[in-house]
Design a protein around this ligand. Structure first.
Ligand code: MLT
Length: 401
């Protein structure tokens, strides 16, 4: 009999969004005539930009041609895409090299897979509330997790505590689920802390394209010293509508070198390359053609149009909440609006109430950690019509919550 990874016994029965899906499916089976409005999982609804579609088509055409045909590609991604990402970063004042960029099928996989590079015996620091993947993937390896509270008192932007030691630190900014964004000064505190503790920051920048305030950092590598202590994950899921198309990237600076127990120098860049070339065969040529189009002037202009559409939804949601006197966070430099459940309701109760009385699906804050117990998340990923209708329904039921 195989010995199983019994750390799985320490996980919740199902992943947060699977649990929500099960509840919504059960409700809609019982109420087939009800129109459900989904503002739960952050899944895009607008079609891809036409320039991206054209490039995806050109990728397909290449596969139909004897001369342009592609078999296995480089596991790290094609040069043309890695170079486009380098240029995109340089436009934001960040210098990275193409061989520090690793193309993947998305930030969810990479933030989970990166744990392969670290021994079980590490102290992992994770803010609470948080994207559940960081917690679950470390529980799967039985790593010690210490949580740092993100709450209304610190604007959901906790800062390091010099009395606490950590080896691996997760930061997501703009934050999922709270929508809070660290400024340069605050991120500098995290980088200084990581350097002092010889720790690594795993920085999830999946929502960077939602930042409209030009003073806010979009990359950890805008921060002095970050190349020596941080890995950045990013994704085209929300930036370009690739949740179904799948493409992301991870930047592992070559400066990330640590000393092994036998004194050997170990480079995280070399290790990640070794891991990816062993366990991953790269993203399809077709998808990488479409992804490179995202970074072209036409592609970026089309993505920005879609982002503005979602930002308007976020504005509609935030302004409705404020009219109702509900305290909310995020929604400005983020697609997520995070708010206090009315009348001190617990978030799963509020989830059920909203689903049953207004047919709106959101995400209960408790699914992101204990500090989310009385909070709720709505996303801006839906049509204007559905967002407006959801807010009308919300106002209608509000007085009876
Ligand atoms: C979310 O809703 O939190 C995200 O869509 C999840 C993800 O990106 O995997």
């Amino acid at each position: 009999m195989p010995k199983l990874n019994e750390n799985y016994l320490n996980l919740q029965d199902s992943y947060l969004f699977s649990k929500i899906n099960q509840k919504v499916t059960a409700y809609s089976k019982e109420h087939p005539d009800q129109k459900i409005i989904r503002l739960g999982i952050g899944d895009v609804t607008l079609p891809l930009g036409t320039h991206i579609i054209d490039e995806l088509h050109s990728g397909v055409d290449a596969l139909a041609s004897t001369t342009a045909f592609k078999g296995y590609g480089p596991e790290q991604g094609y040069e043309f895409l890695r170079n486009s990402i380098v240029t995109y970063y340089s436009e934001h004042g960040v210098n990275i090299t193409a061989d520090e960029v690793f193309i993947s099928d998305g930030a969810k996989s990479d933030t989970g897979n990166i744990t392969d590079l670290f021994d079980k015996d590490n102290i992992v620091l994770i803010p609470d509330p948080v994207y559940p993947v960081y917690v679950d993937t470390n529980l799967m390896n039985n790593r010690k997790i210490i949580y740092i509270d993100a709450n209304a008192e610190n604007n959901f932007l906790p800062l390091p505590d010099s009395k606490v030691h950590a080896d691996i630190i997760y930061i997501c900014s703009p934050n999922n689920p709270t929508g809070a964004v660290y400024n340069h000064e605050q991120l500098q505190k995290w980088v200084d802390y990581a350097l002092k503790n010889q720790a690594v920051i795993l920085f999830d920048a999946a929502y960077e394209s939602f930042i409209t305030d030009p003073t806010l950092p979009r990359s950890i590598f805008e921060i002095t010293g970050a190349r020596k202590c941080a890995i950045e994950f990013c994704s085209l899921s929300k930036t370009a509508g690739f949740t179904g198309t799948r493409c992301g990237y991870t930047i592992v600076p070559k400066d990330l070198v640590f000393t092994a127990s036998n004194g050997t120098s170990m480079s995280l860049h070399t290790m990640w390359n070794r891991r990816q070339t062993t366990k991953f065969n790269g993203v399809s040529y077709i998808v990488q053609k479409g992804a490179a189009a995202v970074f072209s002037p036409e592609g970026m202009a089309q993505c920005k149009e879609n982002l503005a559409y979602y930002q308007e939804n976020a504005r509609i949601i935030s302004s409705t909440l404020s009219q109702l006197g509900i305290r909310s966070f995020g929604g400005v430099n983020s697609p997520y609006i995070w708010f206090e459940c009315p009348n001190g309701k617990e978030s799963w109760d509020f989830f059920d109430y909203l689903l049953h009385n207004a047919q709106i699906v959101g995400t209960p804050g408790a699914g992101f950690g204990k500090n989310g117990k009385n909070f709720f998340r709505l996303t801006s990923f839906n049509s204007h019509e559905n967002t407006l209708e959801a807010m009308t329904r919300f106002k209608k039921i509000f007085s009876s919550i």
